[in-house]
Design a protein around this ligand. Structure first.
Ligand code: KG4
Ligand code: ZN
Length: 340
């Protein structure tokens, strides 16, 4: 059978990325231009700057992805692109580039949901993984507990009611002066802190066992910092980071394992930027092992935003017959399962 080669593009936030993926499982190239250095100056992602940087870099990363894969545009089967959710101006750059490339080369165009991409990152390097399974998606913009029923078929079991897990990491990191992006910095400094030092709240939502809420936890951290300041008590940043992180992880692991026990499902996966957190990975490993559950987690480079995951998701959408027209638009609030 002929190989299916997907050229994929991702530009939903602050990474300009392109990749080539073979048959939905093998990454031939994965090029990421991260804008983090620029946004760090402002303490977070500035949408207007993100869009402009995407425009500057998009052609370069696409050319580099093809070069590293040692392929020309004519060898490609289809072009896949993230069309939502994300920052509208940022998404538009990737969508416009993908449309232009696909049109010029006479290739089919496949729009991909960003969260579906994160979930599909688990198929990379794990040829044995097939639906059905459950997946926890934890990123800067999303916290979803999902039942992956089949390729391209998702049922959302729970979602955050307010802040996403990664957003909470970023806000707490800023409050304790660690800077942006907060996740990796909290991950690192926590190694020197005591996770039991401060008893931060673990929120449960009445009537929605799988939903999440992190804004109360974020406020509790801010209140703790304010009260220390007012009392003139020195703040141990490592203890605050470790205790906050433990509160997030307890809830993520708790909800996930409850869903696994209720469903009787034995395959679990994690995805998204926060899934690269070393403490979360270890806690999930332990919880799954205790219950005889097989755990999948992408390599850290495939957890944070990248185009390879979009190429994998694009492959399965392409195989399911999904084709988008030249009128494909960016959809900043695209929901998982929506079709345009
Ligand atoms: O998936 P991603 O790259 O972008 C979105 O789709 O949002 O996730 C970015 C988020 C940021 O909030 C970042 O702080 C968080 O993932 N993150 C982490 C770690 N690495 C990235 N959070 C906790 N621990 C980490 N090691
Ligand atoms: Zn993402």
């Amino acid at each position: 059978m002929q190989d299916t080669l997907i050229l994929s593009i991702e530009s939903s936030c602050d990474e300009t990325a392109a990749a080539v993926v073979k048959n939905g499982r093998e990454v031939l190239s994965n090029v990421i231009y991260s804008q983090i250095d620029i946004h760090t100056l402002y303490g977070g992602v500035v949408p207007e700057i993100a869009s402009r940087k995407h425009i500057e870099k998009i052609n370069q990363v696409v050319e580099e992805a093809l070069r590293q894969a040692q392929l020309s545009l004519q060898d490609i089967t289809a072009v896949a692109v993230t069309y939502g959710p994300g920052l509208v101006g940022a998404l538009l750059v990737g969508v416009s580039a993908a449309k232009a490339i696909a049109f010029a080369a006479g290739k089919p165009l496949v729009g991909v949901h960003h969260i579906e991409g994160h979930i599909c990152a688990n198929y990379i390097d794990h040829p044995e993984l097939k639906p059905p399974f459950h997946c926890l998606v934890v990123s800067g913009g999303h916290t979803h507990l999902v039942c992956v029923k089949d390729y391209g078929q998702y049922e959302i079991l729970g979602r955050t009611r307010d802040d996403a897990a990664g957003e909470a990491f970023d806000k707490v990191a800023r409050a304790i002066g660690l800077g942006y992006p907060g996740g990796p910095k909290i991950d690192r400094i926590s190694n020197e802190g005591n996770p039991e030092a401060i008893d931060f709240p673990r929120a449960r939502i009445e009537g929605s066992v799988y939903d999440f809420s992190f804004s109360g936890l974020k406020s509790a951290v801010l209140n703790y910092l304010n009260s220390c300041e007012m009392k003139g008590v020195a703040i141990n940043r490592a203890d605050v980071a470790a205790s906050f992180q433990k509160a997030v992880i307890d809830v993520l692991v708790g909800h996930s394992m409850e869903a696994m026990e209720q469903s009787g499902e034995k395959i679990f996966a994690i995805a998204g930027g926060v899934a690269s957190n070393t403490h979360l990975r270890a806690a999930m490993e332990q919880a799954c092992e205790k219950r005889g559950i097989t755990l999948y987690r992408p390599e850290p480079v495939f957890c944070t935003d990248n185009a390879a995951m979009i190429g994998v998701a694009g492959y399965y959408e392409y195989r399911n017959g999904v084709r988008h027209g030249w009128d494909l638009n960016a959809v900043p609030n695209l929901r998982l399962g929506d079709r345009i």
